[in-house]
Ligand binder design. Structure first.
Ligand SMILES: Cc1ncc(COP(=O)(O)O)c(C=O)c1O
Length: 498
């Protein structure tokens, strides 16, 4: 389709009222282009008109077009190439959804019963995976894989493969490879003050699977679950797919902050990130921890403690786990090897209260048929021989330096009223905006400079969402952080200037 023709086609779509008028204009433009791609009106490799031309042709502001393009970029429908424009990157395969399935990570789902998906299926497929996964300097959730000791890892794997014990090639029985569970138990006892015996540790395929197992074994369809607002999107998705009624609870500087009204909405499950709230970064205070534990005990609710990045605490004393304070066996504690090793390793751990051990081991085996025991054995060696600790030390140093450089280069955003979160741990920081700022637009502007950051509002739930940007600093090379940080600061300042 020629560029002018695309503008005309879009104009027709918009004027025909193919999309509800109350839908924001950027949203309607996004939907129209997305539909043209999924219907193969626009094919792979087609160059889209420039945002400037499109804004003139459609008589809308350039920012409106930018916001639509950003969402298409985010969802992998188009790809941007520096200096040469934006191209259609992806066509949905035949037979796949022809109508929108997703309204973004945290938007309500549209029903899609015409292709036969179940409600659960619709919730699960609700967010289109990014088809083009281009990592950019500040992409949140990306680690610095270049630091991973691949030679050493290969040696440890080879050692296991040289003469593998047949049991290593079988499914993972009894909660996983015992030496790995022992190593994890020792690590958690010492560094996270988790109160446990090795029997309580189960090896899972990461946090998402751990949460899924908890939801399946501890809740029934329709039960209520508290989640943090804003919340880790993957936790939300898993709980939603399990048919739980989600009840968002706000967070403040002391972490999860339930109101009297929230307390009345008794949950079966509470998902929380007490050591480092995701995505905002605060640590849950002692008072709130006590309150939450007492409340969970009084209502016989389960608490899921997602301790996803405590290895990367740069200042102050390590924060103890919530599980370590629990005297009533209400907390299920989980961690992941995605951050310290690499996400594709798909290994994590779940620590369950003693009375749940047998059921969880059997549930894990029946529902997931776990495996990768050879990798579990290599990982056990990696931890026992001290490589895990030294790798964390190295990463911590690198990330602390990057965080400092990024904070410094972003300091000028205070001039336009943006606030830099005081992070002392983790792999990302948050720049907070006032409520009226359109953070999706600011993220779209940053994307124009090939700096992918996430709008904070994507993680929010409901009408009133906090605004800001989530900026990952683990991936960018230390030498280039300041350069990119200054570009991002300029983008934010220009966008927020009154
Ligand atoms: C809050 C939170 N929990 C857990 C994880 C890791 O999940 P997984 O172990 O499934 O890779 C992440 C990854 O970014 C996260 O942000």
């Amino acid at each position: 389709m020629k560029q002018l023709v695309l503008s005309e086609w879009l104009l027709t779509q918009l004027s025909q009222g193919s999309f509800p008028r109350r839908m924001p204009t950027h949203r309607r433009i996004y939907e129209a282009i997305r539909q043209a791609i999924t219907d193969r009106i626009l094919i792979s490799g087609t160059r889209l008109p420039s945002t400037r031309n499109l804004s003139q042709d459609l008589s809308v502001s350039r920012n409106t077009i930018l916001a639509a393009f950003e969402q298409l970029l985010d969802e992998g429908y188009v790809a941007a190439q520096t200096g040469s424009g934006t191209y259609v990157a992806y066509n949905q395969p035949d037979g796949f959804a022809k109508k929108p399935v997703s309204l973004g990570a945290t938007e309500p789902l549209k029903l899609q019963d015409d292709i036969g998906l179940s409600r659960r299926g619709m919730a699960a497929a609700g967010s289109l995976n990014r088809q083009s996964h281009e990592v950019q300097p500040f992409t949140p959730g990306e680690d610095d894989y270049s630091q991973f000791p691949t030679m050493l890892w290969r040696r440890l794997l080879n050692r296991q493969w040289r003469a593998p014990d047949p049991s290593l090639l079988d499914y993972g029985h009894s909660g996983g490879y015992l030496p790995l569970r022992l190593a994890i138990a020792d690590y958690l006892r010492v560094s996270r003050a988790v109160n446990l015996t090795v029997d309580q540790v189960l090896i899972t395929a990461g946090t998402q699977q751990s949460i899924d197992l908890c939801a399946r074994l501890l809740t029934d369809h329709g039960d209520r679950a508290w989640i943090e607002n804003p919340c880790y999107w993957a936790a939300r998705r898993v709980l939603e797919v399990n048919g739980l009624q989600l009840h968002p609870v706000s967070v403040d500087k002391e972490g999860l902050a339930p109101t009297t009204e929230d307390f009345r909405a008794t949950p079966k499950l509470i998902y929380t990130t007490p050591s480092h709230q995701y995505p905002k970064g605060m640590v849950m205070s002692y008072g709130r921890r006590r309150l939450l534990l007492d409340y969970a005990e009084s209502r016989k609710a389960w608490i899921i403690e997602d301790d996803y990045d405590s290895e990367f605490r740069f200042e102050g004393r390590p924060i103890s786990s919530l599980q370590g304070m629990d005297q009533n066996d209400r907390v299920l504690y989980m961690g992941t090897f995605s951050k310290v090793m690499y996400p594709g390793i798909r290994l994590g751990y779940l620590v369950v209260p003693p009375n749940l051990v047998a059921s969880f081991k059997s549930g894990l085996y029946e529902l997931q048929r776990p495996g990768q025991v050879v990798i579990q054995a290599a990982l056990a060696d990696f931890i026992e021989e001290g490589h895990f600790a030294s790798h964390i030390r190295r990463l911590r140093q690198t990330y602390a330096e990057r965080r400092k450089l990024l904070q410094k280069s972003l300091a000028s955003v205070a001039e336009v009223g943006a606030r830099l979160s005081p992070v002392d741990s983790g792999l990302h920081l948050v720049v907070e905006f006032d409520e009226e700022v359109d953070d999706v637009r600011v993220a779209a502007l940053a994307a124009e400079h090939r700096l992918r950051v996430s709008p904070l509002s994507y993680y929010g739930i409901g009408e009133k969402r906090e605004k800001g940007l989530i900026i990952g600093y683990a991936y960018a090379a230390t030498e280039s952080i300041s350069k990119y940080g200054l570009v991002l600061a300029d983008v934010i300042r220009a966008a927020l200037k009154k």
